[in-house]
Design a protein around this ligand. Structure first.
Ligand code: 48F
Length: 254
């Protein structure tokens, strides 16, 4: 067999265009590929929800890769240990109730779970706005290539329709802030100081639909609520992703 560069190019272009066109209308879009977004997308996919994960960076994983201060280990508490088991992430017991995992393995296994569940990934893609119509719900996303955004090029975006949107953009709660900025009935209080116990114990209460069609998970949930940050303990991220998936699936009647 003789390799043909044009065939290689056509394979990439045809397959990715097919995926993009297929996801111009979907049940749920998860914005942000950190731990909460990955867990949420994987569990939505497992429930049969047509779902895409949109990530502005080249790599998926968000703040999980770097562990704590670039030591690539994460800590997960007892409440969330079952999710490490569920995603097949290896861990070691440290002191009672504390488990340590490798951050690279955690990102890889969460990503693999989402792939296996049929989630489509659109990386290098920035959500720059949302669509809100007469019904007052978020009904879609305005997207562009991240390099276009970074270079400040005057290139118009495209749009993707979704019934439910999950803001998993982390500390900045970017999607919620877009809604707030354009006058939607939503206030983003911004995250508060580091307090692991408080942040982790409150995150599930803050994981909810904060605007019609918009659910928040992970640090975005705490940031919208004005809640504390927690540092490199990741149980709350996984549990919040799971809760968001349950809420979205319920909304979609699954
Ligand atoms: O920050 P990130 O990892 O969010 P998370 O799931 O997890 C937070 C933890 O990593 C850590 C912590 C836990 O203990 O405090 O910080 O809440 O991932 C957010 C992802 O969203 C992407 C961003 O590149 C990152 O990978 N993102 C942000 N804005 C956009 C976006 C956008 N407008 N469009 C697409 N992706």
């Amino acid at each position: 067999m003789t390799l043909n560069e044009v065939t290689i190019s056509r394979a990439i272009l045809e397959e990715q265009h097919r995926a993009l066109i297929d996801h111009l209308e979907m049940d749920a879009a998860v914005i942000g590929g950190g731990p909460s977004g990955l867990a949420c997308a994987a569990l939505l996919g497992e429930k049969g929800v047509k779902c895409a994960l949109i990530e502005k960076k080249l790599s998926i994983g968000g703040g999980m890769w770097g562990g704590g201060m670039m030591f690539p280990r994460i800590v997960v508490q007892e409440d969330a240990r079952r999710l490490l088991d569920r995603f097949g992430i290896a861990y070691k017991a440290f002191e009672e109730g504390y488990y340590v995992a490798k951050s690279v393995e955690a990102v890889a296994k969460l990503t693999a779970a989402a792939c296996d569940a049929g989630v489509e990934f659109f990386n290098l893609t920035t959500v720059e706005d949302v669509m809100i119509r007469g019904d007052g719900r978020i009904g879609g996303l305005v997207v562009n290539w991240t390099p276009v955004d970074m270079a400040g090029l005057h290139v118009d975006p495209l749009t993707m329709a979704c019934t439910c949107t999950v803001d998993a953009t982390g500390h900045d709660a970017m999607i919620a802030r877009m809604v707030e900025k354009k006058g939607g009935a939503l206030t983003v209080k911004g995250e508060s100081f580091m307090w692991a116990e408080r942040a982790e114990s409150q995150i599930l209460a803050h994981t909810k639909e904060v605007f019609p069609g918009l659910f928040v998970t992970g640090m975005a949930a705490n940031a919208v609520a004005g809640e504390c940050r927690m540092g490199p303990i990741f149980g709350g991220m996984l549990l919040s992703g799971e809760r968001a998936a349950e809420l979205v699936a319920e909304r979609l009647g699954r």
